[in-house]
Design a protein around this ligand. Structure first.
Ligand code: ATP
Ligand code: MG
Length: 560
């Protein structure tokens, strides 16, 4: 079978060598926050690889830390994976499903002299562990008899020992060059209620111990994870080999394969930082359209296919890199350009009055819904004496090469008429209240018999037919291009853009009053917009700008 990345190369190799006869992956989120775009990459890799090889992919919640986890997160994770277009079918699992098994294996390890109960405290543990350049020292409890460890471990389980007083560690090698192999912790005491197992347990297995066991029980063949786990792979394999004497052991062991995590410019991605943004009210919630969470991107107007396309384009690599956020924008823009219905909305309106237009007269134009795709049909737009145009499309004193409206200039109103500005009417504060213009009746439809050229074409909305809509514009939430290069003494929160949300009370063409949550449009000259699913009401849509029209990615990629 053809492969398209190094993970698939390994799999093809494994199938050809008959190491495995089928492919079984898993996506293992910790339910301690909402999923982000980095997780979307991992989901696409895990589910996508299974699909490609006709295999299976499990959704496994890595719920080994009761203090930080919650069902709210479990539910949101399921919703997000489904929305992205993947289906785990019956294969929904929890690390906590295997607590009994993990415990059983731990007793086996103790009896086999492969694990012991240790009483070193936090800083003593690090001191005994040594450094990258010097070996560690044996814990004073390393040599204690297995029976003694077993009794203590049982006391840990029954709650007779307090948190921090004891932990179970694997007995491997305190001089191993790989620090993860220097007798790592495999069980710790945590007197916390778990969202699934309640108060049944007061000891919890560590991720590095529970994870291989989960993979193995579920029959996972390829355990795909991010690069920081590369140094944990020997421990992953150690656990599997040590529990291998169990009669339940299958003929093969799962294989761990690491890939580079996604880093995006102008974006922080760790759940810890995202939670901080939410808790400190820098954003309006996990699904704020400025957040890089899947729920935020959904609300902003991204489609599942655009995120899958993004994952496809960034590919899978073995070394860390930074992806330009412009590529993400490019993926949604490409898709919406093909299929989003066009509409005219004046974000920041100023009124134009056509002084030579007969009072009460109305005109009507038939306009294509999407010039890129005539199959999307057309709609009728009315035109009259009073119109809205963008405030920034007029300047009283224009600079050179300003081709929009100014006193004496002529512009085209998109698909309608040419107009010339003659007079500015100001209110008592000196602000522009109205622009008095004349139109050329011979320019109907946007051209004149003398083929007179005008350089500016403006979008507009007929005042009589206009509906009021709220429009929200976003900037990157984070102002630092490379989030990894944060200067010393600074915190991530110092780089949150306080002006990243702008709210406009706008005038829209009438059909937009009917827009439903997640309907998507291109507002002429303004970008792509999506109806907000939370704050909209019937006849009162709120529009989020998904992305602007200007493509910086196309430019970047054609230079290279
Ligand atoms: P975070 O630090 O953001 O909380 P995490 O790795 O702790 O990330 P998990 O819930 O443990 O989050 O992640 C589930 C899966 O998603 C893991 O296999 C992890 O490797 C993968 N993953 C997390 N972040 C990224 C990323 N930025 N790019 C690709 N995969 C990721
Ligand atoms: Mg994690």
């Amino acid at each position: 079978m053809e492969s398209s990345n190094f993970i698939q190369d390994f799999i093809v190799e494994d199938l050809e060598s008959k190491r495995y006869s089928d492919v079984h992956t898993r996506f293992p989120p910790e339910p301690n926050g909402y999923l982000h775009i980095g997780h979307a990459k991992s989901i696409c890799i895990n589910f996508g690889t299974a699909l490609k090889f006709n295999g299976k992919c499990n959704l496994r919640f890595d719920d080994t830390n009761p203090a930080k986890e919650d069902v709210e997160y479990v539910d949101s994770i399921k919703e997000d994976v489904k929305w992205l277009g993947f289906d785990w079918g019956e294969h929904e699992f929890y690390a906590s499903d295997y607590y009994d098994l993990c415990y059983e294996f731990a007793e086996q390890l103790i009896l086999a002299g492969k694990a012991y109960v240790c009483h070193l405290k936090g800083d003593e543990v690090s001191e005994y562990r040594g450094t990258l350049t010097s070996p560690g020292k044996d814990s004073p409890w390393r040599g204690r008899p297995a029976q003694e460890s077993l009794e203590l471990f049982r006391k840990m389980r029954s709650g007779e020992i307090e948190e921090g007083e004891a932990f179970l560690r694997a007995k491997i090698d305190m001089a191993d060059p790989n620090m993860n192999m220097r007798d790592p912790a495999i069980y710790r005491i945590k007197k916390a209620v778990h969202h699934r197992t309640g108060d049944k347990w007061v000891i919890y297995p560590m991720y590095d111990y529970a994870h291989p066991i989960g993979d193995w029980v579920e029959g996972v063949t390829h355990s795909i994870c991010t690069l920081e786990f590369e140094a944990h792979r020997p421990l992953y394999e150690w656990v599997l080999n040590e529990i291998g004497s169990s009669p339940k052991m299958p003929a093969y062991l799962p294989r761990q394969i690491e890939f580079a995590r996604l880093n995006l410019t102008y974006t922080v991605m760790s759940k810890r930082l995202l939670r901080e943004l939410v808790e400190n009210n820098h954003v309006l919630g996990w699904d704020d359209p400025r957040m890089p969470t899947i729920s935020g991107l959904r609300r902003r107007g991204y489609t599942p296919s655009s995120l899958r396309e993004f994952a496809e384009r960034i590919g899978v690599a073995k070394t860390d890199s930074m992806v330009d956020i412009a590529l993400l924008y490019f993926c949604i823009r490409e898709e919406l350009n093909k299929n989003a219905q066009r509409a005219m909305v004046v974000l920041d309106p100023v009124k134009v009055v056509l002084t030579n237009w007969e009072d009460g007269k109305e005109d009507e134009f038939e306009i294509l819904n999407n010039p890129e795709n005539p199959e999307q049909g057309s709609r009728k737009l009315t035109f009259g004496k009073e119109l809205y145009i963008e405030r920034e499309d007029f300047m009283e004193i224009p600079p050179k090469k300003y081709f929009r409206l100014f006193p004496g200039s002529e512009v085209r109103l998109k698909d309608a008429y040419y107009i010339t500005c003659n007079e500015i009417v100001k209110n008592e504060n000196g602000d522009i209240a109205e622009l008095h213009c004349t139109y050329d009746p011979q320019s109907r439809g946007g051209e004149t018999p003398d083929a007179r050229k005008v350089k500016g074409t403006l979008h507009w909305v007929n005042c009589k037919a206009a509906v009021d809509v709220e429009v929200r514009l976003f900037e990157n939430l984070f102002t630092l291009e490379n989030p990894a290069a944060i200067p010393e003494g600074k915190s991530y929160m110092d780089y949150v853009d306080k002006n990243s949300l702008a709210i406009k009370q706008s005038k829209a063409e009438p059909m937009l009053a009917e827009a439903k949550p997640y309907d998507r449009f291109q507002f002429l000259r303004q970008g792509y917009f999506c109806v907000d699913a939370k704050d909209s009401a019937p006849q009162k849509p709120v529009f989020n700008r998904t992305v602007g029209l200007k493509d910086t990615w196309g430019k970047i990629s054609s230079q290279t």
